[in-house]
Design a protein around this ligand. Structure first.
Ligand code: KIV
Length: 284
């Protein structure tokens, strides 16, 4: 269990000391509280919430206001875990000024500890602007779902010479611009490992092999709360979704069979109040 607040400096220490840290994408107060109590070092309020919680078909429609709503809930539950707000599509791409403004809202209003943006070297000016405003920032490369249209879908990245070279250049450029960590999603393990070794900042793997400093997964995948698909890199540790369905179904059956509510689920009134009440309504 984490004893002190996990910060970008803690992540950097993990890199220096060759120890691992954990990250989970979560979106609400109770799950964040359980994650922190379970010892998870960092909570990413990921824009995956658009699909796993809000039922959108992708992450594109998510707004800053929706993300803020969830960041506030996760921050309230987190005393020790580092909270990272994922910046929604079009909340940072328009200009570095727009990015700084919105990143600032996630810290001031959402009480996040850091922000994350997607994109390669072309986001370097934006990372620099956010870093210069004193806001800790993680740069997300590889499979970047907000630009899946350009990537040709939700596919593994870095599996050709050109794209592996591009990812390395992206990572170095974003690190040099001030990102305190590089998150790599869906990159072949050996390519991600080489990129990791060329960097000095801590690296986070979502499906990019074992050699990075942190491992991250989407909480809804771990718990079996999102059952439309499970990425190859993920692991289902429990079937909470099935448990929910089974409990709701048991309740439904007890309602239609008139078993629920049981005596212990009902409130009592004293006999004298009941008697007086019946007497009174007879007069009405
Ligand atoms: O939204 C999210 O949960 C993410 C991770 C998959 C990195 O961006």
């Amino acid at each position: 269990m984490t004893q002190e607040k996990f910060t970008p400096i803690s992540a950097n220490n993990c890199r220096k000391e060759n120890t691992k840290f954990s990250m989970i994408s979560v979106y609400d107060y109770p799950t964040a509280k359980f994650a922190e109590e379970a010892g998870i070092n960092s909570l990413l309020v990921g824009d995956s919430l658009a699909m796993t919680v809000l039922g959108h078909q992708d992450t594109i429609s998510l707004t800053v206001e929706e993300m803020l709503h969830h960041v506030k809930a996760v921050s309230k539950a987190s005393k020790k875990s580092m909270v990272v707000a994922d910046m929604p599509f079009m909340s940072y791409q328009v200009s570095p000024q727009q990015a700084v403004h919105n990143a600032g809202r996630f810290l001031k209003e959402g009480r996040a500890d850091a922000v994350k943006i997607e994109g390669g070297y072309q986001m370097s000016e934006t990372v620099k602007a956010i870093f210069s405003a004193g806001i800790p920032i993680i740069a997300h490369i590889g499979l970047t779902p907000q630009s899946s249209g350009q990537l040709g879908g939700l596919k593994v990245q870095g599996n050709t010479l050109e794209s592996a070279e591009k990812l390395l250049n992206d990572a170095i450029s974003l690190q040099d611009a001030g990102a305190f960590s590089i998150l790599m999603e869906c990159i072949p393990s050996k390519i991600a490992s080489i990129i990791h070794k060329k960097l000095h900042v801590p690296t986070i793997s979502y499906g990019s092999g074992p050699d990075l400093d942190a491992q991250g997964l989407v909480g809804a995948d771990i718990l079996g709360l999102f059952d439309l698909f499970l990425p190859k890199f993920s692991k289902r540790y429990s079937e909470v979704g099935k448990e929910i369905k089974s409990s709701f179904n048991k309740f439904h059956k007890e309602v239609i069979s008139k078993k629920f509510p049981y005596l212990e689920n009902q409130y009592n009134v004293s006999d004298s109040v009941l008697k007086d009440f019946l007497k009174k309504i007879k007069k009405i």
